[in-house]
Write a protein that binds this ligand. Structure first.
Ligand code: ASP
Length: 331
């Protein structure tokens, strides 16, 4: 029987209503396991209580905590299941995809839209599927298992705030699906996935600037003290308002020449950016040192930048690392 470690971090799956009626994490990892006794037939499970947080409060510090716990226990277990709030699960999954690379052993995130103590919860099924996938021979790397889908951590997004089918794989096939409880794998580990590589340093100084019609360029001056990278989420296939002589273009040029990073992306959910299509994109694309996120998810763009900035001070090396595909994050 495979040995899988459960790392509990909180989220709705572990929540109960508090005195004022609002949900907050209150159910321990062992209690979660007691709710689903059939897990014992799937694998041997050992639980560790890492956090009891609503995932709104999860961030780089906790991602490092999770990755460290996995690194410290990697040799003892055949895989890891992390229970996590759904709201920022895609950020944690993306971050772990960069922090734990080439892992043949699965690192699975799951959670639920309804608490495990509720009769109509989705927690039981998600847990059974998460452990079933983690204990299977086709499992590998960082994945989200949710509502009968197995999704690459680097491709997952929360697409519904209430329904059980809360996650989608964006512009990439699902790793596997469950049909009538049967696991059907579509993607399998590559030969690269043999020796895991952990990198536990992140630099949080990443800002996302979502363009709105009429945006004022002076926003850039406020970013200098606190940030090393900015993601400029544009419209459609991407671009910058104001034209060749515009103040926004000069602001981005100045930002880049200070050794900081600027990544152009899009607010559109599918198919990504392509700055080569329109004049408004071409002017941005020709800025020296500018990066383009193409079809990466917003969660992957932000967490990859934190990982890149944690690895190097050199902007050229940072750009090279950002553009290198990792776990199919960029096509
Ligand atoms: N607010 C919760 C969280 O992300 C939502 C959930 O788990 O579904 O922790």
């Amino acid at each position: 029987m495979k040995r899988i470690m459960l790392l509990a971090t909180g989220g709705t799956i572990a929540s109960k209503p508090s005195e004022n009626g609002a949900l907050a994490p209150a159910i321990s990892a062992d209690e979660i396991l007691e709710f689903v006794p059939e897990l014992k037939d799937i694998c041997h499970i050992e639980a560790m209580e890492l956090y009891d947080l609503d995932s709104t409060d999860m961030g780089p510090e906790q991602w490092i905590g999770i990755a460290s716990a996995i690194r410290d226990n990697y040799d003892e277990f055949d895989g890891f299941v992390i229970t996590h709030g759904t709201d920022t699960m895609a950020y944690t999954a993306s971050a772990l995809s960069y922090m734990i690379q080439h892992s043949r052993k699965p690192v699975i995130l799951t959670g639920s839209q309804k608490s495990i103590y509720k009769r109509d919860t989705d927690a039981r099924r998600n847990l059974i599927q998460a452990f079933t996938y983690a204990a299977s021979d086709s499992a590998f790397g960082v994945q989200i298992v949710f509502d009968s889908k197995v999704i690459l951590g680097s491709r997952a997004r929360k697409v519904r705030s209430k329904s059980f089918n809360a996650f989608s794989s964006i512009d990439y096939p699902e790793t596997a699906v469950f049909r009538d409880e049967r696991l059907i794998p579509f993607l399998r580990p590559s030969e690269e996935e043999d020796e895991p590589c952990f990198s536990l340093k992140l630099d949080e100084r990443v800002f996302v600037l979502r363009l709105i019609p009429g945006i004022k360029p002076d926003i850039f001056s406020m970013l200098y003290p606190s940030y090393r990278a900015v993601v400029i989420e544009g419209f459609g296939v991407g671009g910058l308002p104001g034209g060749e002589k515009g103040e926004l273009l000069s602001s981005v040029r100045r930002w880049l020449s200070s050794g900081r990073l600027a990544v152009f992306s899009t607010q559109v959910w599918h198919e990504g950016s392509d700055l080569s299509v329109y004049e408004v994109g071409r002017i941005a694309r020709e800025l020296p040192g500018v990066l383009e996120a193409r079809d990466m998810t917003p969660e992957s763009i932000v967490t990859k930048l934190m990982w890149v900035l944690g690895k190097t001070e050199d902007p050229n090396e940072a750009r090279r690392l950002f553009e290198t595909p990792i776990m199919h994050d960029i096509l």
